[in-house]
Design a protein around this ligand. Sequence first.
Ligand code: PMP
Length: 324
Amino acid sequence: IDWTADRGWHDARLQPYGPLTMDPASAVLHYGQEVFEGLKAFRHADGSIWTFRPEQNAARLQGSARRLALPELSTTDFLESLRVLVSADAAWVPSGAERSLYLRPFIIANETFIGVRPARVAAYYAIASPAGPYFEEGVKPVSIWVSTEFSRAGRGGTGAAKSGGNYASSLLPQNEAQSNGCAQVLFADAETGTRIDEVGSMNIFFLTRENVLVTPPASGSILEGITRDSVIQIARDRGLRVDERDVLIAELCDGMTSGEITEVFATGTAGVITPIAQLKSREGAWGSADAAVGDVTRELRDELTGIQRGHRADRHGWMWRLDE
Ligand code: PMP
């Protein structure tokens, strides 16, 4: 769908997948004026195709667009674009556990203008790609690298927006994580460098010995995950206390060593709920890389994937049909 400042959104169309033609002076290529979303289409046992809480992705894309001075796409147009895309690509929606069609909606500024100001021309696209299992051999706990040198988002920055620049700045620490045998980076807050914010592309939770589920608050510097919000609701439905509060890196590390913290996991659309067995940093390692998946982590994961796959009750009305 095209957008210009004078006409607004127009010319919605479905076209075959292929390269975009873009002027080399297009704003997005120089100033990163871009926002995106990520969600999945699931095939249920009866063949029908569904997605999970897409109106939340629509709202988040609108918030991200506001922050990046891009035009906002209405929730109706966003949902319709997914229906049209997935209907055309229905044959690509795989069935089977852990498989899905990944959907990537995004908005780019593509005015041909080299000065620094919000573009007056933009475009919205949605593309799709089949996604295999995140865990090839069943759910397995990962190790996470605590980045002490780099942060992801500062106060007043774009941390709460899903914008390419946030990910560009996370690639170097991500390299460091991988060369230390870790799956992702745990970022600390930019102000003090002592509190946990989030993992590279996931939010983080832990369970205390007193059975309280703890996660950092939506402070403006983390991306507020839709999986995060869903896990909070499912945990509360199951009678768990959930505390959204500041957490010091030291509290997490010490708790993993002392046993005060019994389970740690990360949440996101791609991995749903990913158990974390170990934290590592330049200063040391905490927890144990071969720890088993915790019971609460597994129960929450089974419940959430069960709702998404259509074999657990969708009590909150989270599932959205895409193929009718
Ligand atoms: N934080 C970051 C930085 C992310 O990229 C993602 C993935 N979108 C998340 C958290 C989790 O968000 P969601 O649960 O909506 O996928």
